[in-house]
Design a protein around this ligand. Sequence first.
Ligand code: SF4
Length: 419
Amino acid sequence: MQNGEAKFESAIKNSNFFKLSKDEQNFIKRLFKDYNLSFQEIRILITIANDLNIWGEENITHLEIKNNDTQNIKQAKKRLIKSIRDRYEELKNRPNSYKNFTTKEEYHPKGVKTQTVQKDTLGLGDCPVASEKTRCCNLLTLDAVESCGFDCSYCSIQSFYNQNRVIFNKNFAKKLKEIKLDPSKRYHIGTGQSSDSLMWGNKEGILDALFEFARKNPNVLLEFKTKSDNINYLLENEIPKNIVTTWSLNTPIIIKNEEHLTASLDRRIDSARRVADKGAKVGFHFHPIVHYENYLDEYKEIWQRLQDEFSSDEVCMVSFGTLTYIKPVLKQIRAREFKTKIYQMPLVDVEGKLSYPDEIKIEMFKNAYDSFKSWHGKVFFYLCMEPHRLWRECFGYEYKSNEEFEKDMIDSYFKKVEK
Ligand code: SF4
């Protein structure tokens, strides 16, 4: 193998080169030959070509500019790479448009298999994405099930678990009974981080075990977080008052294009209404709020609808958050055979992770909080996994520490459920 070929082969190895069409592959190969591209330049063009495909944007082969300067190949290469990167950045930095975007053809359900194993451990621990660098509520997460049957394109779970296997632990109920908690302390524990809390119903007796755990531990605020409408078990059984069921909500455009296999917005809100009608407390999470054309108008419709359809007494919390990526998740999304616009966005470093710049976040979170004026002081509002500096900008107040945030949250939740 010639030097040139060897260089090209090593540059495309372990990349998404073979996900590209033959035309795109040949285009990059030709540019490599014509301009003697470096290893890095080849990798950048592969990433750009793959991203444009996944985003449903124009094809990289259409971005070539005519080279009139055959004398100075180096200059010509610089101009070419710059024009391709400028167009790519332009597409990243403008608000997304889902107008001509569809995932229908490309999206193939991942076909998860459920498996029951015997484990002597119980997944109870700190929220996997919590950090001292962000203002965090010190949530404890309980893994009733490992991995999820829904398929939200932005979800960080995809980098934690094997995507096609959902694990139930035969010993879950027994291990839950063995948990020793400090009776003088109050806890906020959530089951919606490692999987959806309700989509599996009472499979393997998980809801029986969790209801009993809540009854036995009145000092625990147990949160079920869900995108499901599978509420039969909650309707058929008496819900302990220290169980709060919360729905993650998003606009219909994002649910349709980015939250695959989940319940529609109407079905989620209807489910929350039916659970609240039983006298149980509910809550809502807008996480991620996604920045796209007219996004605020569409979110404001939902924010107003909740205030029209629920009373503040029925609602424990409303939280806001947005897209925040770690590199392994972006790598996982880029390797998938589907279409998404979920990372077509200006990505900046935020406390070691990648997310929107502050100005976009302040616009979305300030509008979100201001849209719930009728519930201010009656419902607990919080930003999830966001830098300290955004709180005062968006909410007009801030916490000095995660402990102060946690205490205020737990006090507010218990006051509401004990009402
Ligand atoms: S604020 Fe969000 S990320 Fe932080 S601990 Fe709470 S739930 Fe986890």
